[in-house]
Design a protein around this ligand. Structure first.
Ligand SMILES: Nc1nc2c(c(=O)[nH]1)N[C@H]1C(S)=C(S)[C@@H](COP(=O)(O)O)O[C@H]1N2
Ligand SMILES: [Mo]
Length: 257
């Protein structure tokens, strides 16, 4: 099920209507009132989000005994750039996660910075549209904590993940892998920036040094080789404008399982 922000606004609007606040108004007054209330709701969006968040369902979690003996690597398994090669050579000591766009404070976080933040470990099933699944154990920092550190600017609606790999090499950069999720999924408790898989540092094949886990969606949403997180209000200035590498090639943006 999709909880995009449009729906969230609708939910806020309809719950206000259900309290009877809007009864008896003529259409004009009513729409002004609704706009007014929605505007106020927007400024309360963090609180509203948390409220909804507490109602969000968790993806199923498994036990150590369920771990898949083999976890396939899919898509890029080795980014083909000199910059990336240099970073792997010294174990990503110079790598920095950039958080920018519609934020109050842009961030530059090292792997050590991320590992010093509270972490979450989860054993979940990864489902790829190509028809395979695997159960893995992931540890990382909840994305919401990183976004709280940066602080969202008013109007921010999506977190975009910019990756190190060109899955479809192109001169204009449009073949670079990227993905995006809305803020409801961004604050979902199982949405983490994972630096560890099955108890070890994340391997290159699985997205080192950092990959997204967004457990209620299909595999292609789980961006590997995350270099930057950009907060935006729309996808129009990104590559094909559909919010992700595979979305630009026809896949659904909301890939709920
Ligand atoms: N940067 C990047 N992220 C990516 C991909 C990719 O090619 N590049 N492939 C996606 C797809 S389709 C899947 S199924 C998963 C695969 O993750 P895995 O290699 O750890 O199995 O990563 C997703 N994230
Ligand atoms: Mo996939």
């Amino acid at each position: 099920m999709s909880f995009d922000l449009t729906r969230r606004r609708f939910l806020i609007g309809s719950s206000v209507a259900a309290t009877g606040l809007l009864t008896g108004c003529d259409a004009m007054v009513q729409s002004t009132t609704v706009n007014d209330i929605l505007q106020k709701a927007e400024s309360l969006s963090m609180g509203a989000q948390r409220l909804l968040m507490s109602q969000q369902t968790l993806a199923r979690e498994f036990s150590e005994a369920d771990l898949s003996p083999v976890f396939k690597a899919n898509g890029t398994s080795q980014p083909d750039s000199e910059d990336y090669a240099r970073m792997t050579e010294n174990n990503f000591a110079d790598w920095k996660l950039v958080v920018n766009g519609m934020v109050k404070t842009p961030l530059n976080l090292s792997l050590a910075d991320l590992k010093a933040m509270p972490s979450r470990t989860q054993i979940t099933r990864h489902d790829c549209v190509e028809g395979w699944s695997a159960i893995g154990k992931w540890t990382g920092v909840p994305l919401g904590l990183v976004l709280e550190k940066a602080g969202l600017a008013p109007g921010a609606r999506y977190a975009v993940f910019h990756c190190a790999d060109d899955l479809e090499p192109s001169l204009d950069g449009s073949g670079r892998y990227y993905e995006s999720i809305d803020l409801v999924d961004a604050w979902h408790p199982q949405t983490i920036l994972a630096y560890s898989m099955n108890g070890k540092d994340l391997e290159v094949a699985h997205g080192a040094p950092l990959r997204l886990r967004v457990e209620r969606q299909l595999g292609y949403k789980h961006a590997k080789y995350v270099m930057g997180i950009e907060l935006v209000d729309s996808f129009k200035n990104l590559a094909g404008g559909k919010g992700g590498f595979w979305e630009d090639r026809g896949y659904e943006w909301y890939a709920g399982i």
